[in-house]
Design a protein around this ligand. Structure first.
Ligand code: ADP
Length: 184
């Protein structure tokens, strides 16, 4: 099963992706986590993307698309995966469609978590992960980038009739139950 978990910063994609990974036994691929690990380990990728993540802007499409394609060729993803943080632009979504086609594969579900904006800011500020992009100013930048670059991805998958909108407010378990119901 190939799933895209979609939503604005702070919507709880990472939290729900981990729960889905346990429930369905399919690995979770978070592009944000990969970038943060690369920055921490000071790899060439990390050096390249550090200032971009710090600013709250997006990493160039080609860099992300190449990274995800490389990653998904690993054996652990052969029976499916949960994507979190990708695709984040329409260009990335089209590249991902082409990737699936080329590998004779398809997308099973696009789960879109919706949460009111004031709630998103509150959640990010209170989660205290110590991320350099979790200041109020950077969160606003990320939300602006989301509205402008990322939200149009929903329309792209609506055309494919794949989108399932889930109410992302409530407790972690309530949201998880809604996602499971949508997937069944
Ligand atoms: P959040 O959803 O809370 O903003 P992520 O961990 O998904 O956090 O992403 C953190 C940062 O990593 C983004 O602000 C962006 O700079 C970069 N990033 C992650 N995924 C992508 C992507 N698919 N395309 C471009 N940049 C990305």
């Amino acid at each position: 099963m190939n799933i895209i978990l979609f939503g604005p910063p702070g919507a709880g994609k990472g939290t729900q992706a981990k729960k889905l990974q346990n429930e369905y036994n399919i690995p979770h691929l978070s592009t944000g986590d990969i970038f943060r690990a690369a920055i921490k380990n000071e790899t060439p990728l990390g050096v390249k993307v550090k200032s971009i993540l710090d600013s709250g802007e997006l990493v160039p499409d080609q860099t992300v698309v190449d990274l995800v394609a490389d990653e998904l060729h690993k054996e652990k993803y052969q029976y499916g995966y949960i994507l979190d943080g990708f695709p984040r632009t329409v260009v990335q979504a089209k590249a991902f469609d082409a990737f699936l086609d080329k590998n004779d594969d398809n997308l099973d579900a696009f789960i879109s978590l919706s949460v009111p904006e004031n709630e998103l800011i509150k959640r990010i500020l209170s989660r205290g992960e110590g991320r350099t992009d979790d200041t109020e100013e950077k969160i606003r930048t990320r939300l602006n980038v989301y509205r402008k670059e990322t939200e149009p991805v929903i329309k792209h998958y609506k055309k494919q009739d794949k989108v399932q909108e889930i109410d992302g407010s409530g407790t972690i378990d309530e949201i998880f139950e809604r996602i499971k119901a949508a997937l069944s």
